[in-house]
Design a protein. Structure first.
Length: 56
């Protein structure tokens, strides 16, 4: 998410008479592998992304 998109979202929140606005973005990357009898197997990569918006 670029800075202009963040500014636009927070500006839209402020027009709703909120006293607090929060924008949260997360990108998580996880790697796992299993090893049995010296052999590596079941290698996985998991990507997840999220976006949270809160206005009080």
């Amino acid at each position: 998410m670029d800075n202009n998109a963040v500014r636009e979202m927070l500006a839209a929140f402020s027009k709703r008479n909120g006293v607090f606005a929060q924008l949260y973005q997360e990108h998580r990357m996880e790697h796992t592998a299993s090893k049995s009898n010296g052999v590596i197997s079941d290698v996985r990569r998991i990507d997840s992304e999220g976006l949270g918006l809160m206005l009080i």
